[in-house]
Design a protein around this ligand. Sequence first.
Ligand code: BV8
Ligand code: ZN
Length: 239
Amino acid sequence: MAGLLEVKAKLAAARAVTVLTGAGISADSGVPTFRGADSLWSKFRPEDLATPEAFARDPRLVWEWYNWRREVIASKKPNPAHATVAEMEARFPHFWLITQNVDGLHADAGSRKLSEIHGNIWKVRCTACGLIEHNRQVPLPMLPACAACGHLVRPHIVWFGESLAVADIDQSYAALRSCELLLLIGTSGLVYPAASFASIAKEAGACVVEINLDPTPYSGAADIALHGRAKDLVPLLLD
Ligand code: BV8
Ligand code: ZN
């Protein structure tokens, strides 16, 4: 595949690489994606669940959805694509991973230089004192309470209509503006602000590579598109 050899050559010469991942990189670990046939959204309407209004209206319903997702994800393991992305940290002098995934699989695979820009399903945040705790209990008892002050906790996840953490935005923009290569892996490019990240990197002079089963809204900005499963293609990039 010509594109693959070209990407391998660019990676071999690169010093600064940024990776942006979406649900597609975890699909090969058995984690349902957001859109597509057997996706999360085919069963639920995210507008009804992944929003602060939904949580204010019916915290139990929202927690039941997240408890179900935690149960589904609890048994899932990183796949070779996650492992290769973790290996990239040691390979490139300047590397950063921006993930939209909340499943925690990149951290499980050993990635440390990462921004989980939509949060993490294994973290809960107190609605009163703001304490953030790592909690892998499955299922969480209903309704879960803060260990420090006893008030209701919520998933530490960025819902629709909520802003991303300033630190994550700053870190992401810095990584997008300074990289020679931006790898987009398994993301549909539909959700903002991540949907604008490819053009930010491109404007700063990066070569943009898309790895996905299908073309996406990012494809216009991509210099090279590799079509296939992340678990098959991503490991080939480093070997
Ligand atoms: C904000 C947490 C503003 C929830 C998530 C109209 C126009 C522009 C913007 C908007 C608009 N209306 C509303 C907005 C803003 C909104 C938005 O972008 N909406 C979209 C739907 C239009 N964005 C927000 O609200 C964001 N906040 O903008 O704040 C603001 C400003 C000031 C003050 C206040 C507010 C917050 C966005 C974060 C939302 N939270 N998740 C939860 O997870 O429970 S988003 C959700 O979608 C997930 O995080 C997911 O990661 C993300 C993106 O989806 P993908 O990861 O791309 O996954 P998807 O299934 O879509 O695609 C999978 C891809 O993989 C596919 O391309 C597929 O082909 C590919 N694939 C599948 N298998 C494989 C594969 N590829 C390779 N190998 C495989 N095996
Ligand atoms: Zn508290």
